[in-house]
Write a protein that binds this ligand. Sequence first.
Ligand SMILES: Cc1cc2nc3c(=O)[nH]c(=O)nc-3n(C[C@H](O)[C@H](O)[C@H](O)COP(=O)(O)O)c2cc1C
Length: 381
Amino acid sequence: MKSALYNLYTAFVPHHFLNIRTHKKKSSVTLHGLSLQFKRLHSSMGKDLVHSSTSIGKFLPQLFSVAPMMDWTDNHYRTLARLISKHAWLYTEMVVAETIVHQKDNLDRFLAFSPIQHPIVLQIGGSNLNNLAKAAELASAYSYNEINLNCGCPSGKVAGHGCFGARLMFDPKFVGDAMSAIASNCDVPISVKCRIGVDDRDSYNKLCDFVDTVISRSPTKHFIIHARKALLNGLSPAANRSVPPLKYEYYFALLRDFPEISFTINGGITCIDQVNAALSIGAHGVMVGRAAYNNPWNTLGHVDNEVYGAQSSNLSRRQILEKYQLYGDSELGKYGSNKPNVRQMVKPLLNLFHSEPGNGLWKRKADTALKHCTVSVKYYA
Ligand SMILES: Cc1cc2nc3c(=O)[nH]c(=O)nc-3n(C[C@H](O)[C@H](O)[C@H](O)COP(=O)(O)O)c2cc1C
């Protein structure tokens, strides 16, 4: 048991953490001191399950969240995720600010969600201050629980828009001003999702400068740290999620150096044991992306019980499919012929039996049924 805990601990806090000097010229800390400090942080901010209260309602704190993922964490996936976990926080895929501004007469298509999806965070992307402010204002009508700015996406090409995502980390003042503008136009908490660095702007001090500048120019109190840097030239978005090494030590150093700020750790966390290991050494919250999408039952299915210590819904996968069918029937074609279509509705279900015997058969059957089905999702449930 002791060695298992030690392995988990070292996975998150590599020994070279000790070489990271504190920001603001504090002395470096010992491993022992670090672990005590994490324990204190943890007991004051994490597992005590104080409800986080917003104008929209009361929810358990953001100990576990599902990452924003373009084309993946759409309304359909989030509906499935909510059927599996009552308490996980769900992030939308990124919605570009210009889309919100230019589609203001058609906003439901981009921003509407079922109330069961609370607690839910809207992620927006962009680099035009006015549009970000306007987008936050327009989104307010939809009662998201938090608005998040994407400062981590390595591609400038998404939706054909210019500078946004990780590039914004080159200009911390702009991010601070953008967050201030967003905050002035909504009445919910705001947050930034960023990398630990970009290209050769990758030192811990630069990361601290970024956080420092943003919090000094805006009321931002929450950062989600994808613990690898982004390389803007030459790596595809997918490679940018696996090639640059994870440096969790940067994350834990931020906890130490900005005790007034809430930080969520993200990147490479694949199971609930790792989520709980990170929380147990002080992480304020853990965000999981690919594992929550590729293996929803085995990740989200443990969140309510094992992360929140709360009662889970105890729905079987059959019951979940039955409920999802009702949702599917009500959504098909809602925004015009084939919008959404059956394939889009069924896509999140394909991973429900991930790595279980019969998973291949389930996927093949769903695929065959999709080929013959034109109007209803009933075939798949
Ligand atoms: C298909 C896909 C789409 C993504 N889209 C976004 C996005 O819109 N906004 C964002 O901040 N991150 C995006 N990400 C990055 C994830 O939010 C997350 O930071 C990354 O996958 C690392 O977490 P993980 O190792 O738990 O997957 C995306 C990741 C994937 C796999």
